[in-house]
Structures are given as C-alpha cells and as structure tokens.
Design a protein around this ligand. Structure first.
Ligand code: SF4
Length: 416
C-alpha cells in the first residue's frame, strides 16, 4: 500500500486505517473510493484486503458450462442470449445431448457442472430434477451449480408453489449451489428500465437467503457499466453485504461488466453516443469496481475475475485489484459471447495455471465451494470437441492464443 500521508492527501485516511485494521467500510466510503482520482491507490487497498484473506492463492475450477436453452419468457434489455420459441437462433438441448456433452468429457473429473439458461416457458421443474439425477449418476464427483435466482422464481410461478418448495425439490435432486446470476443492479428504477419483468432486487436477496437457510450455497453478482451510477453500484454491493450478514451463504461475488453488442440496451446507448464513452473507460472501470467490491464485501470470501466477460488481460490485472478467482475451464459458453465477449470458449487447466502464475500468484485447483482439490487426482482435460451450439448466429472466436502468457493451445488429446 501507499503510505498514510498519501491516502490523507486523497481524502482516504480513514479508509486506509480501516482497511489496515480489517474494519468495515461505510457506503459513503465506497463512494469515496469510486471518486478517488488515483485508481492504483484504490487497487493497493483492495490488494491488501485480498492478501489478508488469501495470501497469494488464486483459485480456478475444472468446470463445464451447460446453457440448456436460450428460449426465455423475459426480455431483459441487456440480454443478447434470449430468443422466442421458433425464432431464428433459438435452441433447447435435449437431455441426451446434455448428457452426451458431459459423458464426452469422461476421464476428466470436473469439480463443477454449471447449468443455466433462460426462463423457458415449457421446460418443467421435473425435467431438471430428472436431468440432475442422471448427471449425478454420470458425474458423482461433480457439484451441480445451477440456475439464477430469476430461474428459481420462474419455476415457482410455473409450478404454482413458493420458491422454498422449488429449492427443496432441486436440492433433493442434486442441486448444491445457485450460480448467482439475475442480480443485475438492484436500484428499482433502473431495474424497471433494463429488466422490467425480472424479480426485484429485494426478491433476489430473499430467495438467496431461502437457499442459504436450506444449505444451498450461492454466488452473487452485479451487472455494471450500463446506465447505473457509481452510487448504484455501492448501494448494490452494500445490499449484498447486508444479506450476507443475515444468511451467510454467498461464496463468491461475480462482477459482470455489461457486454455491448447484439442487445437492445447497447443499441440505445450507442444511439445516444454513450456506449463508446463507456467503452473507452471500460478496463479501468472494471478494475476499480472489482477493487471496491473487495473492500466493501468484507463478509464474502471470494471475488471473481470472470475471464469470459473481462477478457484474459483484464482478468489477470484484476488479481492485483482484489480478485482471487478466475472461474474455470468453462468448455462452452454462450451467454457472454452472444453479447460480444471476445474471449475464447474454453481454457485448459494449464492455461489457467499459467495465467495465475504469470502474475506472481499461486494457482489453487478448487471445487464449486472453493474447497482445494488435490492436483494429483485431477489430470488435465482434453479440449471439448463440441462446437458452439449450431443455432447460435454469433461467430465465436477461435479457441487459440487466449493468454499472453500461454503457449500455443495443444490439439485434442494432447497432455497438459
Ligand atoms: S437475462 Fe436471463 S431472464 Fe433476462 S432475457 Fe436473458 S435469459 Fe431471459
């Protein structure tokens, strides 16, 4: 960290003292951190907090994403993923297709299967219960992490019961964790403008609390870099912190930068000349937001630098701004890529480890709940042979050259 005098000159002496002594920051201090002209000074505080929690450890997970369908009854303005049934580009994977994808990776012990899609009008809860039971048979070693809180609310409406009942049934079928998506930004006025049909922020927190009370952990998130102010971000983070004080089940916070392509909100911002201005400041804004999140979320253990949305270089830099996790191998991702994320579709374990070590940190292979795994029990995977889902119209970048620190990607079956 810089010295006390420097922080005093920036008007952050009290923040500095509190960070030094591991004390909670106030909302107003969150605002000061966003207003500070020296982003490196903010980053240094976050790095101090991160080191106190995790030292130089940086986590990653051997995971596989399954985006089961992009058909959705909602129309979130920032979403490039959703389609109506029958619309060009709409897809729904059958159970056999999903199981085949998971089966194909046999021999590579995934620690996490991440299942998320749209709020589908016809796929009933029973379909997912059956799917999870089959996945558990096929992959008993993997933790099933699935659904945004919005999907849980959608199932409750579909089934005509409360969300607690949905969570109980899914837990019985094998759900161990919720993904954390659906939080967007909690400010109700903005929510009305960007995702009017989605559950409110209050409902998001309440359902997350219900999950925690039933022993289902969750991540939590924030979509930022669209029409919200820094103050909205601070209030959002403090609301998550307040919920965590009550229910304690958030494992990791995921900052999700708004992806500026193929969605209605991006088109509107671009027409007003605001998207390009946002884009110019994007990298630094991402880093500052991650740093402020680390400093405010003193009760949430992990902060993710999600390489899919941030890009590899920014994710690496974020490890020095408070983040301690990169997410994982992913294998196949559609939500961010359909909205303009220009990262690869997958990373190998070796690439992730090199990304981490190249920044001076120590890679830790983890499961979905951040339990460290023995690397000797976890052989490296072969790259996924599945191409992106055919119905996707957006071309996906070639899966090569993702990391400035990585060697050329080995071909299928190559040892890593
Ligand atoms: S963000 Fe989720 S709920 Fe909203 S439209 Fe997209 S898929 Fe549907």
């Amino acid at each position: 960290m810089f010295d006390r005098k420097y922080y005093r000159a920036l008007g952050l002496e009290d923040v500095y003292q509190r960070v030094l002594h591991g004390e909670r920051l106030s909302e107003e201090q969150g605002d000061l951190l966003f207003a500070c002209p020296d982003i490196l000074a903010v980053g240094a505080l976050a790095h101090h907090a991160r080191k106190r929690l995790h030292g130089r450890k940086t986590y990653y997970v051997r995971n596989r994403h399954i985006n089961y369908s992009n058909i959705c009854v909602n129309h979130c303005r920032f979403c490039a993923f959703r389609r109506d049934a029958g619309e060009k580009g709409a897809f729904t994977l059958g159970q056999e297709d999903i199981l085949e994808r998971i089966q194909d990776d046999q021999g590579h012990p995934f620690a996490e299967i991440h299942v998320v899609g749209g709020c589908h009008p016809d796929l009933a809860l029973g379909w997912f219960e059956e799917l999870f039971r089959k996945i558990r048979k096929l992959r008993p070693e993997a933790i099933i992490k699935a659904f945004t809180v919005a999907e849980i609310a959608h199932f409750a409406r579909q089934e005509g019961c409360d969300t607690a009942g949905i969570l109980a049934r899914l837990k019985e079928a094998g759900l161990a964790m919720l993904t954390g998506g659906g939080a967007e930004i909690f400010n109700p006025e903005l929510r009305e403008r960007i995702c009017p049909e989605k559950i409110s922020g209050r409902e998001y927190l309440s359902i997350a609390g219900e999950a925690h009370a039933r022993g289902i952990a969750s991540n939590c998130s924030m979509l930022f870099g669209h029409i919200e102010s820094h103050g909205d971000r601070v209030r959002h983070l403090c609301a998550l912190r307040g919920q965590q004080d009550k229910s304690g089940g958030f494992v990791c916070f995921i900052p999700l930068p708004f992806q500026p392509e193929h969605n209605e909100l991006a088109r509107k911002l671009s027409a007003r000349g605001r998207a390009s201005a946002r884009q110019t400041a994007r990298g630094l804004d991402n880093l500052r937001t991650i740093a402020v999140a680390r400093l405010l979320l003193d009760n949430i253990p992990h902060i993710k630098a999600y390489w899919v949305m941030l890009g590899v270089k920014c994710a690496q830099a974020a490890l020095h701004f408070g983040a301690d996790d990169l997410d994982g191998t992913i294998m196949e991702e559609h939500i961010g890529h359909m909205a303009g994320a220009d990262s690869a579709q997958a990373m190998t374990r070796r690439e992730l480890e090199e990304m981490i070590a190249g920044c001076g940190f120590t890679p830790v292979n983890r499961d979905a709940l951040f339990t460290p795994l023995d690397p000797l029990l976890d052989p490296a995977p072969a790259p996924c042979r599945h191409s992106p889902i055919k119905a996707c119209e957006t071309p996906t970048p070639a899966a090569s050259g993702v990391s400035p620190l990585s060697p050329a990607r080995p071909g299928p079956g190559a040892g890593q």
